[in-house]
Design a protein around this ligand. Structure first.
Ligand code: NYM
Length: 212
């Protein structure tokens, strides 16, 4: 591996409905890239370790109630509080694999009926992913996978709306992966796409900001 000191890491985001397999794929991808000798970290949003993250966590567990706009802005603030660290990691050559990002923010909130443009606004200026891996699964199929937990949003009718919202956000950075395939087949597609992306970033693709 030829890691020149000025090459940057890639910002890779995994998105999809609840129970689509994102978390499994993130951890497998992390191990894979580490084995290849890459400097890589796995992050997730919401980051429940911060003060803002704890407010979000309590909301998701139905332990607190917040206005839809308010919780939307907290999810966004939770990304903003990690932005500078994200930028310095990427610039120093660390690849970041992120489980959920602004697309979750906009899809889940707009599925409640909030205006899409209003939802996108606070995300403007966050770092744009180099690659969004969308693990596609039907809401019905996701619901069958061991069932949903107790958290807010984990209901079939709501997930159907989220799936529709996600569709409107697709752009050139998205790669749609059939998440109903066996885990190893999903993993293979994830690996191929990611290696390609990491290489493009290493060769000097500039970092950019949302929305593209
Ligand atoms: N979620 C996640 C949002 O509604 N907005 C956001 O900006 C983000 C990052 O939080 N159902 C929702 C999607 C999930 C829930 O995520 C918690 P996870 O990946 O289950 O911890």
């Amino acid at each position: 591996n030829n890691h020149s000191s000025d090459s940057r890491g890639a910002l890779i985001v995994l998105e999809g409905l609840d129970r689509c397999g994102k978390t499994t794929q993130s951890s497998r991808l992390l191990s894979y890239l580490e084995e290849l000798g890459h400097t890589v970290e796995s992050w997730r949003f919401p980051d429940r370790t911060t003060n803002v993250g704890q407010m979000i966590s309590s909301y998701l567990a139905n332990k607190s109630h917040l206005d839809d706009h308010t919780i939307h802005l907290l999810f966004s603030a939770n990304r903003w509080e990690k932005r500078s660290l994200m930028e310095s990691k990427l610039k120093s050559g660390t690849t970041l694999i992120i489980d959920r990002y602004s697309y979750s923010g906009v899809s889940f909130s707009s599925a409640k009926g909030l205006d899409v443009e209003w939802c996108k606004a606070p995300e403007i200026g966050l770092l744009a992913p180099d690659l969004v891996l969308y693990l596609e699964i039907s809401p019905e199929n996701a619901a069958e996978r061991g069932g949903y937990g107790e958290e807010r949003y984990e209901q079939l009718e709501f997930q159907k709306k989220v799936a529709q919202s996600y569709k409107t956000l697709r752009d050139a950075s998205w790669k749609i992966i059939d998440a109903t395939l066996p885990i190893e087949d999903v993993e293979k597609q994830v690996r191929d796409t990611v290696l390609n992306c990491v290489e493009t970033c290493r060769e000097g693709k500039p970092l950019s900001e949302l929305w593209l």
